[in-house]
Design a protein around this ligand. Structure first.
Ligand code: MG
Length: 383
């Protein structure tokens, strides 16, 4: 039996790499649904290549173009995020790949979990903004979240070897991004073009900027809290510039289990799609002698204040991570347009936390309200 896959966000970095894994294993997988926000050309090509049964274009203005190209081939074409939410939970889909960027992925992810689907989740902002709601929804409806983020896939893989033993700590590795060795003053003047040059990972623009500020690692700390039910003090971030160890789990006896590999997102994607089996995914294999050594450093919170902000948001809990995420989405979009400077991203996040209308146990409505409110305020700082 082929596994039927729905990809929410098929034209982005994770979406295209997911399709690359599927392309190598057409005997194992079938593409049931593809969706994109606005990249019609690529979406149409993907739907034709993989003979997708359903396609959703979220930007409703672009519906006709997609419909004209695909309906003659028998593909059902839909428009808008509401359609995506309806289809994310449809019968016949075995795995929903959550590859959308940012808060926009929350509603479709919840719809899939409510339908009891297996969600291979790359869209970390969903867990950052609404971790308690998302994990509760999964529990109540029999939905399963499999991590696609490389660090969390690594922890998940390490835990398979843990048996019943409780986790003492996890060590989330971080490459340190393109500015790891830069002085603070030089970082302050860094442009988006410089921040987009990630040394190890090939990723979309949003997550690459988040990697440069280390907000990405901060969000991954929050993501780990929800995926593995950890306390903030159990999550340790260590800089590991080679990105070979994808993360580690430590036990009470000091034993540490690590997961290693060449940095290539197709490995965690493949593992989530085929779990518990492993697949060939066309990546490079590690050559330890050629590597020579692996190095580690403590993260520097003064040069990368976003990491500290994320820890603060996690400790405060409630809707604080949602607020930080909302402010960050607005700030990163502005930074990508050269409207603000690098450290303005952290300043905008800091203001979101200090001015927060705190809700200790936010409902889904509270989460949407926080997101809307904080994004509007952050937007006000910029324009
Ligand atoms: Mg990651």
């Amino acid at each position: 039996m082929k596994r039927k896959i729905a990809i929410l966000g098929s034209t982005g970095s994770i979406g295209t790499q997911t399709l690359d894994v599927i392309r190598q294993h057409r005997d194992l997988f079938e593409v049931e649904l593809l969706s994109a926000r606005s990249s019609t050309g690529l979406l149409i090509r993907q739907a034709l290549e993989f003979d997708a049964a359903h396609v959703v274009i979220c930007d409703e203005m672009r519906y006709q173009e997609v419909a004209d190209a695909l309906q003659p081939h028998g593909t059902k074409v839909w428009a808008g995020v509401d359609s995506l939410c309806d289809l994310a939970g449809m019968d016949g889909v075995d795995i929903v790949v959550g590859a959308m960027v940012g808060f926009s992925g929350l509603r479709p992810t919840l719809a899939a979990l409510r339908a009891g689907k297996v969600v291979a989740l790359a869209n970390k902002e969903t867990l950052v903004a609404a971790g308690s709601v998302v994990t509760r929804t999964a529990r109540e409806h029999g939905g399963v979240i499999l991590p696609v983020d490389s660090e969390h896939s690594a922890i998940f893989q390490c835990l398979l070897a843990a048996g019943e033993n409780p986790v003492e700590r996890v060590h989330l590795t971080a490459s340190g991004g393109p500015f790891r060795t830069w002085e603070r003053q030089r970082i302050a003047g860094a442009t988006a073009a410089q921040a987009l040059k990630h040394p190890n990972w090939d990723m979309g623009a949003k997550v690459t900027i988040d990697s440069a500020t280390m907000m990405n690692k901060g969000f991954e700390v929050i993501e780990a809290r929800w995926l593995f039910d950890l306390k903030p003090e159990q999550i340790h971030v260590v800089i590991h510039p080679e990105s070979v160890i994808h993360s580690m789990v430590e036990f009470v006896d000091g034993a540490v289990i690590a997961q290693l590999g060449c940095p290539d997102m197709r490995e965690p994607i493949g593992f989530a799609l085929s779990f518990p089996q492993r697949l060939t995914v066309g990546n490079k294999k590690l050559d330890f002698a050629a590597l020579g050594g692996l190095s580690f450093e403590e993260p520097d919170m003064s040069r990368f204040p976003c990491l500290g902000l994320a820890f603060e948001a996690l400790r405060r809990g409630g809707n604080a991570p949602c607020a930080l995420n909302a402010a960050n989405e607005v700030a990163v979009a502005a930074y990508l347009k050269d409207l603000i400077s690098f450290y303005d991203i952290a300043k905008i996040g800091e203001r979101a936390l200090s001015g927060l209308n705190f809700a200790a146990d936010p409902s889904l409505d509270d989460i949407f309200e926080t997101n809307r409110e904080v994004a509007a305020i952050a937007d006000g700082y910029i324009h």
